[in-house]
Design a protein around this ligand. Sequence first.
Ligand code: GLN
Length: 236
Amino acid sequence: MSSDHIKIVWIYPDLLSTYGDQGNTIVLERRAALRRIPTRTVALRSDEPVPADGDIYLLGGGEDRPQILAAQRLRGDGGLARAVQSGAVVFAVCAGYQLLGHEFGGEEGQPVPGLGLLDIRSTRGERRAVGEIVGDVAAELNVPRITGFENHQGVTHLGQHARPLAKVTHGIGNGDGFEGAYSGRVLGTYMHGPALVRNPGLADLLLRWAVGHDLPPLDDSWAGRLREERLKAVAG
Ligand code: GLN
């Protein structure tokens, strides 16, 4: 945290904002406020420069062409890469996740260069992965079992510098039995839903990374009930 508040930068809502991913910003603001940590959120349009002083950068999902445009603009801008070098937290969903990698598949399957901020490569898969996804999160992250909704054509391969976020118990995720990836404080996932609404533990992980210490627990019984409901639905 660079000052007395957490600065949240919501990257390119005009290009990357499908399936209510913007809800992720609201959850971070709310869960910080409940711990009396002030936040400031900037919704950054794709024709604006990426500020380097953000604490948490959020990227949502998007259709193929807006995803390509977003990747080109972010590469040209360079601000997100600089922020990551200075230790910023990044949380990216689906199209946003893919474009953090070295490359991803465009609308015809053509390779499109990404930002290289995560050691992953995505290609266009044979069929779309659509539906509920459930996974057990890497133990070191200390986050309860995650649930979400996925809708993507891409298949993601992890390099040796990225770790899988979770082992898939239901759904597709990266396509290799795992879901999402992280490296340092850069984390990507295929989960919409929006992911942080359904998984407050993941929101707290990002906040912990941003403030640099543990946070007092909150009453998450509603999110817990939703998780139980989704787990029953996919089991049955
Ligand atoms: N266009 C990408 C894919 O289909 C991402 C889709 C999304 O963000 N929902 O893989």
